[in-house]
Design a protein around this ligand. Sequence first.
Ligand code: ADP
Ligand code: MG
Length: 570
Amino acid sequence: MNERHSARRPIRVLPPQVAARIAAGEVIERPASVVKELVENSLDASARRIRIEVRGGGLREIRVTDDGCGIPPEELPLAVQRHATSKLREDDLERIETLGFRGEALPSIAAVAELAIASGTADSSLGRRLVLHAGRVLADEPTAHPPGTTVTVRRLFENVPARLAAVRDERAETAEIVRTVQRLALAAPAVRFSLAIDGRPALHTSGSGSLRTVLLELYGAPVAEALRELAPVEVACARVTGLVTSPDLTRANRNHLHVVVNGRWTRPGTLLALLEAAYRPYLPRGRHPICVLVLETPPQMVDVNVHPAKLEVRLRAEREIGQAVAERLRELFARTPRTLTLHDQARALDSLRVQLAEPTTAYDDASGEIVTPAFPPLRLIGQLAGRVILLEGPDSLYLVDQHRAHERVLAERLLALATSGTSEITPLPEPILLEVRAAQLERFQRWLDRIAELGVRCEPFGPRTFVLRTFPSLPAADPLGQLVRPEELGPALLATLEELDRAEGEDWSERLLVGLACRMAIHRGRPLARSAMRALVQALGETRAPAVCPHGSPIVLRVAHHQLAQQFRW
Ligand code: ADP
Ligand code: MG
C-alpha cells in the first residue's frame, strides 16, 4: 500500500528551498497534537506495537513506546533538529508516502516541553538517549534500548503561558487524546495499540489487520451486529472500501465518520457532505452512522501539505469519489430493514391482533414465495391489525407497514414517470370535481400549468370549481393501481398543493409527487386481500429504497430468529 514499511533512510536536513515549501505553522496546539505526532512517527517506523501512556490530560506526561526500526545513535541529534527528516525522497512533496515529512514535530515539541527520546536499532548494540527542554540539550547519554523508540514529553507548555491558558481542562484534553488514538488505530488495523490514562488501561487493539475487528475493539461488541460492508468502489484512480452501521445503530454527531486516505485519518469536507446527503433520508433527524471508509490512491492524487498539522488533505477528484461512495451508501441504506428490538416488539404486539386476511388459507399457500431484488424470498403470513403485513423470510420475521410501503411504491412510480418525460397520461374513468376555497383560488390557478407538465390536467369548471381529467398513469390492470381510490385524488391534490404553498422551493415537483403518493397510499386500518398484499410486497421489493420511507421512518422491520431464540431461551 505505502512505503511506510520499506527500509528506513538516513535522517538529513532538508534543503532550504524544500523547507520553505512546507506548510508551516504551529503543529503542537494541545496535548493530543503531541500524541498524534509521536504515534505517526512510530507508524512511519513500521512499529507493530505502540504503547501510549498519558497523565494529567497529557500536560504532566505523555509517553509513546514503539517497536519500530529505531534511530541509529549517530542520527539521534538530527531527529530533534528543525527540518531534518528521513522521509522525503528526492525532495518530492508531490508524492508523500509517509505520515510525517516535514521534520518539524520533534523540535516543535522540544521547544514547548521537556522531551526525552531514547532509541535503539537492531544493528546497534547500545542505544542513545537525549533530553531537551525549551530547545536546550539537558542530557545526552548511551542507554540500553531494545529496537524501537521511547519518547517521553513532560511539563508541556510550562514555558508558553498563552498555550497553557488556551488548553481546556484535563478531562477535555484526555477525551481529545482518546479520540486521536482511536483515529490512529482505525487507520492502522495491523498495529497493536494500547492507551493508558493515569495508569489505567483505556483502549486496546489487537493488531489483527481487520478493520471490522478494530471497530469492535473501539466501539464494543454491539456494533458487530449492525456493521455492513460497503461494496468496493473504484473511481478516479481510487479504491474505496468500508464499513458502516445500519440504521439500527446511530450516533448523535458526525464524529464517528472516519475517512482513511492512504493510511492517514482525515476529514475531507466535500466527501463527508456528499455522504451525509446520501444517508440523511434514511436515518432519524440528527442521527449519523458509525462509518469507516478506507481510500487507497496513488500518492500524487493526494496533497497532504495543505494543513500545518496535516489534519486535512486535498484529495484530487474528491467530488467524483464522494459521489460514487455516496451512491453505494444510499443503495445500502435503502435496502437494509431496521431490526425491531424485542423490547419494542412485545409492546407493539400486545396491543395488536393478528388477523389472517383469508383465514382458511394456510400461509404457505400455492402462490409461493415473493421473490424480489431487495429482500430474501418471503412467504406471506397475513395482515396484522389492518396495518402491518407479516412475512416470513429464511432467518427472520418481516413486518411491513402497508401505508408506507404503498407510499414508497407510488412515489417512485410517479417520479419515474415525471423524469422519463414520457408521462403516460391516463384519463380518469370519471372526471373528478374539485371545490377550491376562495382564499386558495388564486394560488391554485397559478399551479395549473405547472402540474399539467406532470400529467395532472385540471380545468376550470365553475367560479371555484375545477375538473380533474387526467393523472399520471397507474396501470388500471395493476392491483396496486386499484388500491388507489379515485375519490381520494382530488383532496390529495388540494392538500399537497396547499402544503407546497406554505414552503415553496426548487424541488416542488418532487415534493408534489411525494406528497401525492403519501395521500393516495392505502390507509392503515384497511383490510387487504392476500393478492393485494403480495402485489404490494412484490412492488416494494423492486423499488430503490424499500426499507425506509421518504421521511426516514422504517417501512420494514425485521425480527431475526436468533432474537426469538434468545428471548424464548430455546
Ligand atoms: P518527520 O516525521 O516529519 O520526519 P519528526 O520531527 O517527527 O519529523 O521526526 C524526525 C525524524 O526522526 C524522522 O524523520 C525519523 O527519522 C526520526 N524518528 C522520529 N520518531 C521516530 C520513531 N518513533 N522511530 C523511528 N524514527 C523516528
Ligand atoms: Mg513526524
